[in-house]
Design a protein. Structure first.
Length: 383
C-alpha cells in the first residue's frame, strides 16, 4: 500500500513537471516573436496573381505531346487545325501601312515602312510565317519567337520549341519564365535549357522574346493546346471504331450449322468421315468453296449463323462522339467531318454563325500578336 502511494505521488510530480515545461516553452516562444510584425503591402502595386492555378506542369507537357501526335495521326484533329489555319491566317493575310494624313511626308514614311517590312519578311521567309506562328500556338498552346538583332538589316527571328523554355533542375516552379517580384504578368527573362540534361543554357531578356499563349488566363505563365478538350473524345472515338471493326469481322465470319437427324453414334461417324478426308485439291471436304452447291437429304438441315451486332445502334453513338469533338472546338459537325450531307442549306448556314465569330475572334487575337512583332521590327529599324 505504501509503495502504491509512492508511485502515485511520483506520477503527479511528473505530470506537474511536464505542464511547467510546456508553459515555459510557450512563454519563451511568445517572447521571441514579440516585436515582429508582418510588413505592410505598399500602395504602389497590387498582387495580380500567383500563377499557381490551372493545369499542373506535367499535365501540360502530356497534353502538348498528345496534341502533337493527334495533329499528325488523327484525321479529325488534323482537320481542325487545318480549318483554323485556313480561315484565320490563310490566303490574303498581309500587313499594310496606312497614313493618317495625305501629305507627301506621310506617304514617304508609309513607303519606307512597307519596304522595311517587306525586307524583313523576305529575309525570314524560311524561318517564320504567320501560318506557322498560329499553328504552333494552337497545337502546343503557346509559341515562342526569339528576336536576334543583327548588325545588318534585316534582323532574324527563330521559333523556340516550348520544351526548351523551362526551369533547370533545382528551380522548379518558375516554368522557365522569370517575372517581376510583385507582378507575375510582367516577365523579365526566359530560361532556355537543354531538354536532355535540363541544364540552363541562357536567359533571354523578355524584350527579345515574343510569347503567344492561348487557352489560359493572363496570370498563367504557359498556354494550353486547343486540342486538349478533344483528346479524350478522340480516344473514345478511336476505341469505338476499333470495336465496330471487330464486330464487322465477326459478322463476316459466317458459321455453317448443320443439323442431322439420327443417333449420337451416327452423328459421330458422319463427322469423322467429313473432317478426316480431303478432296483432290487438298481442301478439306468440310470447307465449302464459293459457289458450292450442297445437296442434302430430309434429315439434314443447313443454317448460316452470324452474330447480331446491332449496327443501327452504333451509328448514333459515333455521331455523339463527333458532336462532342465539334462542341469542344466551337465548330459545326460538317466542318469537323468535311461532310454536310446530314443537314440542309438552312441548318448549315445557322450552324456556321458561331464558327464565323470564333474565326473573327482568333483573327483579332493574332492581329495583336503580329502587331507586337511589327513594333519590334520597326523599333530595330530606327536604331
Amino acid at each position: 500500500m505504501i509503495e502504491y502511494l509512492r508511485n502515485k505521488y511520483r506520477a503527479v510530480c511528473l505530470k506537474a513537471r511536464y505542464e511547467r515545461l510546456v508553459q515555459e516553452q510557450l512563454l519563451e516562444l511568445a517572447e521571441r516573436q514579440e516585436g515582429r510584425r508582418v510588413p505592410d503591402e505598399g500602395n504602389d502595386w497590387s498582387l495580380v496573381g500567383d500563377a499557381q492555378k490551372g493545369v499542373e506542369p506535367w499535365e501540360r507537357v502530356d497534353a502538348r505531346s498528345e496534341s502533337r501526335r493527334l495533329a499528325v495521326e488523327n484525321p479529325h484533329a488534323r482537320n481542325i487545325l487545318r480549318l483554323m489555319e485556313i480561315y484565320v491566317v490563310g490566303p490574303g493575310l498581309k500587313l499594310t501601312h496606312l497614313g493618317r494624313d495625305d501629305d507627301a511626308k506621310t506617304a514617304k514614311l508609309v513607303r519606307a515602312a512597307d519596304r522595311l517590312w517587306q525586307e524583313f519578311c523576305e529575309g525570314n521567309q524560311l524561318h517564320y510565317s504567320f501560318r506557322e506562328h498560329a499553328r504552333r500556338a494552337w497545337r502546343d498552346g503557346e509559341a515562342f519567337v526569339r528576336f536576334y538583332p543583327q548588325m545588318e538589316w534585316p534582323p532574324a527571328v527563330r521559333f523556340v520549341d516550348p520544351e526548351r523554355i523551362d526551369s533547370p533542375d533545382g528551380q522548379d516552379g518558375m516554368q522557365g519564365i522569370l517575372t517581376a517580384a510583385e507582378d507575375v504578368e510582367r516577365p523579365t527573362a526566359y530560361q532556355v535549357i537543354d531538354p536532355v540534361n535540363r541544364e540552363l543554357m541562357e536567359e533571354v531578356p523578355a524584350e527579345e522574346m515574343l510569347h503567344t499563349r492561348v487557352g489560359v488566363d493572363s496570370n498563367q505563365k504557359r498556354g494550353l493546346p486547343v486540342l486538349m478538350s478533344v483528346i479524350e473524345p478522340v480516344r473514345r472515338f478511336d476505341q469505338w471504331m476499333d470495336t465496330e471493326l471487330q464486330a464487322r469481322r465477326l459478322q463476316a465470319s459466317i458459321v455453317l450449322w448443320r443439323r442431322v437427324q439420327g443417333s449420337a453414334s451416327q452423328l459421330t461417324q458422319l463427322a469423322d468421315q467429313l473432317s478426316g478426308g480431303k478432296d483432290e485439291t487438298g481442301v478439306r471436304r468440310e470447307k465449302f468453296r464459293a459457289g458450292t452447291i450442297v445437296t442434302t437429304s430430309q434429315g439434314t438441315d443447313l443454317q448460316f449463323l452470324q452474330p447480331n451486332t446491332n449496327f443501327a445502334d452504333a451509328i448514333p453513338l459515333g455521331r455523339m462522339l463527333l458532336l462532342s469533338m465539334a462542341a469542344g472546338e466551337g465548330i459545326p459537325e460538317f466542318m469537323l467531318t468535311s461532310d454536310a450531307s446530314n443537314g440542309n442549306y438552312a441548318s448549315t448556314m445557322v450552324s456556321e454563325g458561331p464558327a464565323v465569330k470564333m474565326f473573327q475572334s482568333e483573327q483579332q487575337f493574332f492581329i495583336e500578336e503580329f502587331t507586337r512583332m511589327w513594333k519590334w521590327v520597326m523599333r530595330d529599324a530606327m536604331r
